[in-house]
Design a protein around this ligand. Structure first.
Ligand SMILES: [Zn+2]
Length: 268
């Protein structure tokens, strides 16, 4: 099996990327120090920049092909998602469902190209509380990605709002993990006695395995995001659950494990 694909029981996960730009670690995490980042030398390049991957997970479950989040579709044309899908044998015409962990621009970017749905035969599932947040008049006014990549799905009648604990298939269920955005969800996988977890933006970097208090500037409700991050990462560590983390270094599959007094991310 190639390293971009992994199975959880009968469920297959395929890691996809829409690009991996480098940036200063202080852009997303202004309250951190370079000394802290140097504890993770594998995360820093020669200029002490970090890579920030725009990850998407394709999931095959119960005869359905599901895409979790759709990347950024960077305006400069550098987005790689569609090429990556083709390279990894994920046919966009065969996608049944697109599920969003939340409605940030780097998670909804490829919903449409030139006004046409990128996944022409798919229903697009949006967590209801994130929809309620992002479609408020004063919020949508400052969020062009909602006008450009989310509202048109509703006008095309291909968008469904989903409530907490929504059964996507018999093996996949959404779970509320709020704070990064008000309606943020993660996805629980259970199949053949094995378990997995699609993290969404509960964490953005493996450094948060140890520095779990770190809030990126993108957290809409920082205190709630922090308490969610602690409880989710504690649970994933103690239960040894396989995680797919979209912003972590490719392919983003791994486990949160304890090593002495530190929790670490151990990639698969
Ligand atoms: Zn986000």
């Amino acid at each position: 099996m190639p390293d971009y694909s992994i199975n959880v029981g009968n469920v297959e996960l395929v890691s996809l990327s829409d690009g991996e730009p480098t940036r200063s670690p202080f852009m997303p995490f202004p309250d951190t120090t370079i000394e802290q980042w140097r504890e993770f030398p594998h995360l820093l390049d020669g200029e002490e920049q970090i890579r920030s991957r725009y990850g998407t997970t394709a999931v095959r479950s119960g005869g359905k092909l599901i895409i979790v989040d759709t990347g950024l579709q960077a305006p400069d044309g550098s987005g790689t998602l569609l090429d990556d899908m083709e390279r990894k044998g994920v046919d966009r015409n065969a996608v049944d469902l697109v599920v969003f962990t939340h409605l940030h621009p780097d998670h909804v970017g490829w919903n449409l190209v030139n006004g046409k749905p990128t996944f022409p035969y798919a229903r697009y599932l949006v967590p209801r509380r994130d929809w309620d947040h992002w479609t408020q008049a004063e919020v949508v006014a400052g969020a062009p990605h909602i006008s450009g990549q989310v509202l048109p799905l509703n006008e095309l009648n291909i968008l469904d709002l989903i409530d907490d604990d929504y059964p996507i298939t018999d093996e996949l269920t959404t779970i509320s993990t709020p704070g990064h955005t008000p309606g943020h969800v993660s996805i629980v996988i259970a199949s053949q006695g094995e378990r997995g977890y699609i993290l969404g933006d509960v964490a953005h970097t493996p450094a948060q395995a140890h520095y779990t208090d770190w809030n990126p500037i993108f957290d809409v409700q920082p205190e709630l995001a922090r308490s969610t991050r602690h409880s989710v990462l504690d649970m994933l560590e103690s239960e040894g659950i396989l995680v797919s983390a979209g912003h972590f270094p490719a392919p983003g599959f791994g486990h949160f494990v304890r090593a002495g007094d530190r929790r670490q991310w151990r990639g698969v």
